[in-house]
Design a protein. Structure first.
Length: 205
């Protein structure tokens, strides 16, 4: 629930979980694109558990999923994706060390770029991305530095059942598919700074 005086938007949960006097994470401000392709980002977060975060720009915020093993370019891999709170657009460029508190740990931007929706209904008409997410299935094409091609996100648990939602992230079988898709997160380098998690942790920012 949003605190009294807070803007009523999709970022109230993001605000509630953070003390911005203690974290360097960007403040929660919604933004709206101006005639450009929506953004995506994949961050590696060395928190209580080491994981990847997939974020897709939707209606001025970054819809977010924690992906424990990270995105795969192998269509045979079905990667668990657990929804987290919406993040502000400024988070797409965030990397550094989150101090003690919620999400404490080191973050790097593993990949970023743009995406376009491939989601259609049974009549092959495009479905608004936010609406398709609400229905539990989206298909999209990413153009990143490391990730390219089609992906699908499908809800497999939650929503109507009242349980915590769980989704699957799966690579489409297209020309960018590859069986060689493993990523060692501790050795991976940032798409922004070229640093590893260890180097960012050492730098402290």
């Amino acid at each position: 629930m949003a605190k009294q005086g807070e803007p009523k938007d999709g970022l109230s949960e993001y605000r509630r979980k953070r003390d911005f006097s203690k974290t360097a994470e960007p403040r929660a401000e919604a933004a709206h694109g101006k005639g450009r392709q929506p953004a995506f980002v994949v961050q590696i977060h060395d928190a209580s558990t080491l994981h990847f975060d997939l974020r897709l720009e939707v209606d001025g915020v970054l819809k977010s999923w924690a992906v424990p093993k990270g995105p795969s370019s192998d269509p045979r891999d079905k990667r668990l994706a657990m929804p987290t709170e919406d993040h502000p657009m400024a988070y797409a460029d965030f990397e550094g060390v989150i101090g003690e508190g919620y999400g404490a740990g080191t973050v790097i931007v593993w990949d970023s770029g743009t995406y376009r929706s491939l989601t259609t209904d049974r009549h092959h008409h495009e479905v608004p991305f936010a609406e398709a997410l609400g229905q539990g299935h989206v298909s999209f094409w990413v153009d990143g530095t490391k990730l390219r091609g089609g992906y699908a996100l499908t809800r497999i648990r939650g929503s109507a059942e009242g349980d915590r939602e769980a989704w699957l992230l799966v690579k489409e079988d297209d020309r960018h598919a590859s069986a060689r898709s493993s990523t060692e997160p501790t050795r991976a380098r940032s798409a922004l700074s070229g640093r590893t998690l260890g180097q960012v942790a050492h730098d402290g920012r």
